[in-house]
Design a protein around this ligand. Structure first.
Ligand SMILES: *Cc1c(COP(=O)(O)O)cnc(C)c1O
Length: 427
């Protein structure tokens, strides 16, 4: 078998192939650790499915009101078991991660309540949910007030700041695990657990919600294992395993989840309605695959960090840092570098590989943005995807990869495009 030949046939020159293969060799120990975490999480998921006696009757589609939808109800028990929570809400009717977070917040807050984000500025889309940027239907419009405590310089929680921010009106504290597209560190589950303990020591009745997007299955524990009352995420990211075509989840205490269900559907109806419309099998199967998919995405992120750091680019996280989410940033310093990188990711995709991504004026951004995605599910960012704003420092953010073999090829192709454009010279 000649691997180098099949890569050659797919557009990767020998010098790029060899450069990348040497780096891959050097990462063996790191990849072994990732495989071990995937092994642990795979066992956790299988255990949950066995415990809930998942069977092919649970894969049936339901329509209309969706009363007595066994598949949906069992899936929610499986999620509760995986996350070690009393209850779970996992629905196709939760249309994305932002929606899941909006439901979790708006269902557990009442007029006059205060919410505090203790991990600094939340993800962009939440600014409108909360009302930081005025928006129709925001929590602010319903009389919920908001405060924010920044993380300290070193990326850790500001305990004094948290203590002085908490007031008798504080009903809910929000923590975001992943840095998203900010430059801060991603928080480990252990650090999150420490912060939750601290908040509860001030007032045990405060609800702590964790935005878990991009973090699921990166470690062997989740925020729900360290005291979060609600842990929230999107099914077109990690836990959908690339198969879920839509959806979001909220796992947590019985009371928080009941509130969320009454808000998602309607007071009085709650969790009892909501047809699965045939997607429930993909939710089960995606969850089953998720630990392995996340491991592949993590290997891709570390592989890229090592390649581009060695070539002299700033990479965040760096080549050696521990990982708590699947996002990787590479600063190219020039528009040409960022564009070539995205072209490579696109050219290596199983879908839409023949199109060339172009920078465009995306609504809401103050500069042009370039995006590369050749995905089976629109906008899915557990599939290999990259984007970046055309402004200093010309950073590409990329994540995902349904298989490590595809992530590897995508990254090799990105380097090939940089070489072809004369931006990178390999010896
Ligand atoms: C993706 C993401 C969201 C929002 O999810 P959408 O599905 O894009 O609405 C919220 N928070 C974080 C940290 C995310 O990464």
């Amino acid at each position: 078998m000649n691997l180098q030949n099949i890569y050659k046939e797919n557009g990767i020159d020998a010098n790029v192939y060899n450069y990348c293969k040497d780096i891959e060799e050097s990462l063996k120990d790191r990849f072994d650790e990732i495989d071990e975490i995937a092994q642990y999480n795979q066992m956790k998921v299988i255990h949950a499915m066995q415990k809930e006696k998942v069977s092919d009757i649970h894969f049936a589609s339901s329509s209309g009101y969706g009363y007595n939808d066994l598949g949906r109800d069992t899936l929610e028990k499986v999620y509760a078991s995986v996350f070690h929570t009393e209850a779970a809400l996992v629905r196709a009717q939760i249309v994305c991660g932002t929606h899941a977070l909006a439901v979790a917040l708006s269902s557990n807050l009442r007029p006059g309540d205060e919410m505090i984000s203790i991990s600094g500025k939340p993800y962009d889309t939440l600014e409108e949910v909360i009302g930081i940027r005025p928006s129709k239907g925001s929590l602010m419009e319903y009389g919920v007030t908001y405060k924010q405590v920044e993380l300290l310089e070193d990326g850790s929680f500001d305990k004094e700041g948290i203590r002085s921010a908490i007031s008798p009106a504080t009903k809910l504290v929000a923590i975001q695990r992943s840095k998203g597209y900010l430059t801060r560190k991603t928080l480990s589950v252990e650090e999150i657990g420490d912060a939750i303990k601290y908040v509860k020591s001030i007032n045990k009745d405060i609800i702590v919600m964790v935005d878990n997007c991009y973090g699921e299955f990166v470690e062997t524990i989740e925020p729900s294992d360290v005291g979060a009352d609600m842990t929230v995420g999107s099914l077109i990211k990690n836990p959908g395993g690339g198969l879920a075509p839509i959806g979001g989840y909220i796992v947590g205490t019985k009371e928080c989840i009941e509130n969320a269900a009454y808000r998602l559907t309607s007071p009085g109806l709650g969790q009892e309605v909501g047809a699965n419309l045939g997607v429930v099998q993909s939710f089960f199967q995606g969850l089953f695959l998720a630990p392995n998919v996340v491991a592949g995405a993590l290997k891709g992120a570390i592989f890229a960090a090592n390649i581009y750091e060695k070539l002299g680019y700033k990479v965040i996280p760096d080549s050696k840092e521990p990982r708590y989410d699947i996002i990787q940033a590479v600063e190219f310093g020039t528009p040409e570098g960022l564009i070539a990188f995205c072209e490579g990711i696109q050219a290596a995709a199983p879908v839409d590989s023949y199109v060339t991504p172009e920078p465009w004026d995306m609504p809401g951004y103050d500069s042009q943005v370039i995006m590369a995605a050749g995905a089976f599910v629109q906008g899915s960012s557990i599939e290999l995807s990259a984007d970046g704003p055309l402004k200093e420092p010309y950073a590409a953010y990329f994540q995902g990869g349904l298989t490590w073999n595809h992530a590897r090829y995508g990254i090799m192709m990105s380097l090939q495009k940089l070489v072809n454009a004369g931006i990178v010279k390999l010896k």
